[in-house]
Design a protein around this ligand. Sequence first.
Ligand code: ZN
Ligand code: ZN
Ligand code: FE
Length: 765
Amino acid sequence: MQRLCIEIQGIVQGVGFRPFVHQLAIRHQLVGFVKNQAGSALVEVEGPASAIENFLHELQTSPPPPLARIETIHSKVRPPQNDTTFRIVPSDADATGIIFISPDVAPCSACLQEMHDPNDRRYRYPFLNCTNCGPRLTIIRSAPYDRERTTMSGFARCPDCDREYQDSTDRRFHAQPIACPLCGPHLRLDHLRGEDALRAFVKAMREGKIGAIKGVGGFQFCCDARDEQAVQKLRHRKHRDEKPFAVMVRNVENAQSLCVISEQEKKLLTAASRPIVLLRRCHQQKLANEVAPGNPCLGIMLPSTPLHELLLEEMQDIPLVMTSGNRSEEPIVFRDDETDSLREVADVILTHNRPIHLRCDDSVIKVIAETAIPFRRARGYAPQPIRLPIPCPVPMLALGGQLKSVFALGQENHAILSQHLGDLDHYEAFLAFRETIEHYQELFDVTPELLIHDLHPDYASTRYAEERNLPRLGVQHHHAHLASCMAEHGLNKPTIGIIYDGTGHGLDETIWGGEILIGSYTRFRRFATLRSIPMPGGEVAIREPWRMGLAYLLDAGENENLLTAIDPQMRRVVHQMIDRNFNCPRTSGMGRLFDAVASLLGIRQRVSYEGQAAMELEWLANEEEGEPYPCDLIESENGQPVLIDVRPMMHTIVQDVVNHELPQRVSQRFHSTLAEITMRICERIRIETGAQDVALSGGVFMNELLTRQLVKRLRQGGFQTYLHREVPPNDGGLCLGQLAIAAALGEEAFAPSIPWGDLQMERQS
Ligand code: ZN
Ligand code: ZN
Ligand code: FE
């Protein structure tokens, strides 16, 4: 007789792990127990040595439950206790350690089968789930994960559900959100309940009305995606002018009738995380034009809950627009007492009485260069931990940026990233940011001893850090982008970072954003940058690309009359601002260069959402490559960065515009120019430093055309390229880089000043 104590770390709570261990122990005729502690599962097994050995082997080799993720297994021998059975014992509420919580998961096939079986007691029940599926993060109030600490605590299990819950052979054994029509939550639409509520909602959708439906992490607005008037009404009421809407379809076949779908994309669409996948459209005319005006791509997702499954079935292959239930950029509405604000948009509200504790938007992914790149990491992904290359010496909190806000808790080797929290410009979003930080700290039992923030003094996240009475570390924006990409790939030697985004606070007080860095987690050097030019009006220039168009024209010594779409009076005012250097911060932002070219081509002079002009410029190009425009590199003295001088390109683009060259040709050539010049710089860095690894980060790398052209060139040139696959390339990924940098700095992170940008590169062999 022997007894072994085994500690298993990873996502092992709320995912059917204890039943899995229980069954394994029974099979090997062992006694003992399994229990959840904070952050791990603890198993003690007792029996003949050979049986224990087989048990341990099977634990390590047999596939765990689908949602479980084993990180480490540690075991030690203990004296036998002479147990008589194998038991699942209640959780220790006060144990310490890293806590893992599963993301919310779409219904599994076994549950769906039951839902469609007229003889099953959960036939057409929209809240069925099991240990392998269902809501998790969004219903948990506090850890450890047990029913009484979830929003299901108000529902007493009926005898049948309780039997399943207690039965170790049942697939709902210890499924915390277990429910059935008798004892669980119910649908509601005004005074209607259950099936009646669903039917009324379906009828409203068919009549072209706007609906609000309570999803996993909040309300969503929806309407018939083929109905031009309905979609227009939704845009109007939601104050969302042109930003594309996502569409929910019933199944892959329906998705294929709208878009071209690769095997990889099919896997993403059907994954348990059910993200919105951005796909290339094949039949523009099948949907209302207003869904995603002018966009060659369409965001598609499959039903993410049993309720959505039922709804889409009832709609009989009618695709539904499915968009966050909020006004313009405010946080998604998730409480039933906030539904008044939904009424301003929705004609009907389909809700239910299972409360949402934490709001969580839908995730967005796009496959670029065979890599599934997250654009927004939220439902289905958060709060799955990401492994840090270097462990955090103390618990830390990285606050990210301002737009597409995400924060991260760091403890030991793990980064726990929050779901996407939106733009902190909005006070509501900032409140949500603050609340969610508190919730995560409590849920994951992490008390940060260091705060890491962006260097931008006006970011709400920076101010949040300043207001806490804790040591803090400011990290340069583009260094954080680089470190974020390095961290996901576990890179640990000096890496070339091509960091192209719109804006980020630079070390020299100008606005950076067209940066080629060479760096590690602790140091970086700005090897090359886009020559900076005035950004007339500051932030206003982001909303009005023509201002950048004008700035680039004047910079290249060209005539401003090319901007015929702009009122000459306004042009003159901005011209004067530039001449007098009035409210004209200097920027090397790559996004601003895209804006300028979009403006010169007459594509867009004012945008209604971030990145719109750049995206429309990309959409124009229909072929992979164009002949690169001329573009110069200017050497600088005293270790200053090499400057990318686009004036020769601007001259040629102006000529092309004057000569009525096709805009798509200009767009193609523009993209190829950037890929070409970037490649040239990487080659120079390689000659100088020996660095071979290239990380691509920054919001511009949501641009498929540039990413593909650049990756192709780099790979052909013998470089190793690294694209984001865990966190977004945009500012939603900053917090991971911030954590990695602070972890690598160790003690130095607490030092008052760090010589950023002072990287002395050793030549690599
Ligand atoms: Zn299930
Ligand atoms: Zn029940
Ligand atoms: Fe950025």
